[in-house]
Structure formats: C-alpha cells, structure tokens
Design a protein around this ligand. Structure first.
Ligand SMILES: [Zn+2]
Length: 304
C-alpha cells in the first residue's frame, strides 16, 4: 500500500508535467474509479475539461491537483482533482501515443506550455483507488491554504512545514491509548504507516503498546524526530529510483527494504542488541519490535 514517501514520489514526478497544463480531454474507461466523485462521470469530465492544473499537493498519503483559479491565486482555487491511490493505484505519465496499460481506468490528455501534449493515465488493478473532483476548503490553521473536503479531517504529516510539534506533543499527552495506535491515528498525525511506525519506535526504544500517558515529553520528542528521520530516509531512497517520464507507484515497490531494522525482521537479530526481533498481531497487522530494547515503561505515579 502506498505510504507518504511513495505518494511524495508521485507528487514530485507529476509536478513539472501538470503544473500549468491544460486538460484537453478526459476519458473514463471504468466508472468504478469515480466512486469518490459526487456526481456522474459526465460531471467529472465537464469539471476537468478545459481546466488549467496547478502544482500538485500532498498531505500524508493523500494527493491532489488543484484546478487553477482565474486570478492564479492559490487562495482563490475552489476545486481539485483528488487522487486516491488505494492499494494498487498508479499514476503514469506518458507520451500521447504510448500504448495503454490493460488496467487503465481514467485517461487525461493534457497540454503543457513547455512540454507539449502529455497523457496522465490512472491505472488501478484492484479498484480500491479512485479519482474525484472535490471542493477546496480553507485549512483551519493556515488561512490562505486550501485542502479538498475529502482530506480536511486528516492531520498534517510531520514533513509538512506547518506541522506544529508542540500541539502534536500536547495532543499526544492527552490521549489515553497505546503509542502505535496514536501514531496510526490520521486525525492526530498523518503519513505514518505500519512500516514507519515500527521503525521509528525501534529507533526510539519504545514498545508499540506503551501507554501514551506514561510516555515522557522527552521520549515523545525523540520519537517525533525518529519518525522524521525514517520518513526522510524513505523519501531520499524513493527519489533515487524515480524516472521523470514514468511516475509509478504500487504496493510492492518503493519501500527501503534493505535498510529496515525491525519491520518484517521477525527472527532476525536486533541490529542494536543482537536478540531476535519479534512480531505480534496488532490491529489486523503485525508489530515488529525488540523485546529487550523496547519494553513497556510503567506510568509515573500521579503527583498530588
Ligand atoms: Zn534490541
């Protein structure tokens, strides 16, 4: 499943090709890929045809391409093309005459002022992903910024320049839950998938079920720094395999599997202490951790 780093690779790859491009033609080959669009497929086609696209944005693993406003001002934009990659969605950037993938669901023919005609293909094997034209709303904390209504409930991700560390740490301290549950809670912080949670917890020596109330501010600060390190590392590695003519995301590739310390390493020695990494069932998935380095710390006694 694509996570923040993989989606960022798509955003960065699309940016030079779609920013300023005009949509000349839209073809919907499979209406199931419009399940998150509020109107019929004709409405989707109408709203996009003739539109000028603005630079794509991302929050967590949500990606959207705003439709440029008449004035060109970001705060005047009212709609965006939201791309949900789901489990297997791919955005392929192609020349107009390139053969189509068999699993292509939606095709946008665009014309860029410098690069000329290009094709943006939405390919999706399992159809958990979708495209939709959605209304843009002002964000609560940055007045000039706009976000699609479908993404408005998602918290900022830790790579976002407007992410507020102090607010996050305060919200975390108020939570009455386990730390990994909190990291995966998209209304608290977005963009941290199972892999990045396990890796950041390992690096911070925190057990995945550590109660947030018993996590010190210093430890939580360390954890946030480790989350940024692990995401930054994945972004750097994802960027190296990117080909400008072929933006591609799928569930199997993109992870930095050769540099994982805990995730998927059950039975392998912990790179820090040499004891075996353990996998436990957690939220229908797995948690990978070192039972020696990552132990649940008891809550501090409540001072009266
Ligand atoms: Zn260890």
């Amino acid at each position: 499943m694509p996570e923040l780093p993989e989606v960022e690779v798509v955003r960065a790859g699309l940016a030079p090709a779609v920013s300023g491009a005009v949509v000349e033609r839209v073809e919907v080959l499979d209406e199931r890929s419009l399940k998150r669009h509020a109107g019929p497929s004709e409405d989707f086609v109408d709203r996009l045809t003739g539109a000028t696209l603005a630079p794509p944005s991302r929050r967590g693993k949500f990606l959207w391409v705003p439709i440029e406003s008449a004035s060109g001002e970001a705060s005047a934009r009212t709609e965006a093309l939201v791309v949900h990659l789901g489990m297997s969605g791919q955005v392929l950037l192609r020349t107009p005459d390139a053969p189509r993938d068999r699993l292509t669901r939606i095709v946008l023919d665009v014309r860029h002022p410098e690069h000329g005609p290009l094709r943006v293909d939405f390919v999706d094997q399992r159809i958990f992903g979708s495209m939709a034209v959605d209304a843009l709303l002002p964000t609560a904390d940055v007045p000039a910024e706009r976000i699609p209504s479908q993404v408005a409930h998602i918290a900022r991700d830790p790579m976002d320049p407007h992410f507020d560390d102090r607010r996050f740490l305060a919200a975390l301290a108020r939570k009455d839950t386990g730390i990994k549950r909190a990291l995966l809670d998209q209304t608290l912080v977005s963009g941290i998938g199972n892999i990045y949670a396990d890796e950041a917890l390992w690096a911070s020596r925190i057990h995945y079920d550590q109660p947030t109330r018993a996590l010190s501010r210093a430890k939580a600060t360390t954890l946030l720094a480790e989350v940024r390190l692990v995401l930054g590392k994945a972004l750097a590695e994802g960027g190296t395999s990117f080909d400008a003519q072929y933006v591609n995301v799928n569930g199997a590739s993109g992870y930095f599997s050769h540099s994982l310390n805990a995730y998927g390493q059950a039975g392998e020695p912990c790179p820090r202490c040499g004891r075996a990494i353990v996998r436990e069932q957690f939220m229908n998935r797995g948690s990978h951790f070192c039972p020696f380095c990552q132990r649940v710390r008891a809550a501090r006694p409540v001072r009266s």
